[in-house]
Design a protein around this ligand. Structure first.
Ligand SMILES: NC(=O)c1ccc[n+]([C@@H]2O[C@H](COP(=O)([O-])OP(=O)(O)OC[C@H]3O[C@@H](n4cnc5c(N)ncnc54)[C@H](OP(=O)(O)O)[C@@H]3O)[C@@H](O)[C@H]2O)c1
Length: 263
């Protein structure tokens, strides 16, 4: 889609949650380059201010910054209230984090936060934005899930469960909103350059076929109307397709074995 058509259909303003690093930062840069103004949200306001200044200098982008901790039950309503005056046509519900390791070794409170950030926030933001978008008669919602949402992933079990919920949410809403003018796309990235690997104690140099955040964002923006799902990495999609073609027990045993061996 040509930039002016994209802007006409999904602009003039896009909300990006989790914009302070990684894929969210990449979305903000791609959207600014394509002429969107932005609402940038995350907890690290200093990073958002740095991003907003850069986008203003590079593209003349106007950004509204909203500090929000999406682990809080009140945060989605706060975001909805603080964006009431913005003409948002595109909602990128991207904030999220993962937890790796044996399930019993992970902190229970962090697991609760993960459900709030990865699942509750996109669900509640969609609930609040759907009436606004359908009233406009055009727009889009992007959910950042993960390739790990396609199957329970041993040693990433709780995270993959949160991302399975996001895929189900996005698919259901794609069906509900078909014909409304509002496109829904659930993106399932494979390994992507961001802060996520380091935060989970993974050396990104050990991962193969790593995409840049900008590459992922660009593919998503080019495919907003091609839902319900988008797999930016052909490599990771093919790997999971191979696993999904196996009897489930065999696939899960192979994945668990691979993780035990450090893979
Ligand atoms: N990188 C990958 O390989 C990969 C693969 C598949 C899916 N994903 C998904 O991609 C999305 C973006 O992750 P990323 O890889 O770009 O990681 P990242 O660099 O760590 O970025 C995560 C973003 O989420 C925000 N966030 C985390 N907890 C939050 C909270 N409690 N409240 C508000 N914002 C919060 C962070 O902002 P603050 O810390 O400033 O709040 C940050 O902007 C996530 O949903 C992730 O699951 C990533």
């Amino acid at each position: 889609m040509a930039p002016d058509e994209l802007l006409e259909r999904y602009g003039p303003v896009a909300l990006v949650t989790g914009a302070s690093s990684g894929i969210g930062w990449g979305f903000a840069e791609e959207l600014a380059e394509r002429g969107f103004d932005l609402v940038l949200s995350a907890r690290r306001v200093g990073r958002l201010e740095q991003l907003a200044e850069k986008l203003k200098a590079d593209h003349g982008t106007n950004s509204l910054i909203i500090e929000a901790d999406l682990a809080s039950a009140e945060a989605p309503a706060q975001l909805l209230a603080e964006t009431a005056g913005a003409d948002i046509g595109l909602v990128i519900s991207n904030a999220g984090f993962g937890l790796k390791g044996p399930h019993q070794a992970n902190d229970p409170a962090t697991m609760t936060d993960m459900i709030m950030v990865n699942c509750n926030a996109p669900m509640q933001l969609a609930h609040g934005f759907i009436p606004r978008l359908t009233q406009r008669g055009k727009g889009g919602i992007v959910f950042t899930s993960s390739i790990e949402g396609l199957m329970g992933c041993p040693y990433s079990s709780a995270y993959s469960a949160t991302k399975a919920l996001v895929i189900a949410l996005g698919e259901g809403l794609w069906g509900e909103l078909a014909g409304s003018g509002v496109d829904v796309l659930t993106v399932c990235p494979g390994a992507t350059e961001s802060e996520a690997a380091e935060k989970q104690g993974i050396d990104i140099a050990m991962l193969t076929n790593v995409m840049t955040a900008r590459e992922v964002a660009s593919i998503v923006l080019d495919n907003l109307a091609n839902g319900p799902t988008c797999f930016p990495s052909a490599h990771y999609k093919a790997s999971f397709d191979q696993l999904l073609a196996l009897p489930r027990r065999d696939a899960l045993a192979a994945m668990a074995q691979g993780m035990k061996q450090g893979g």
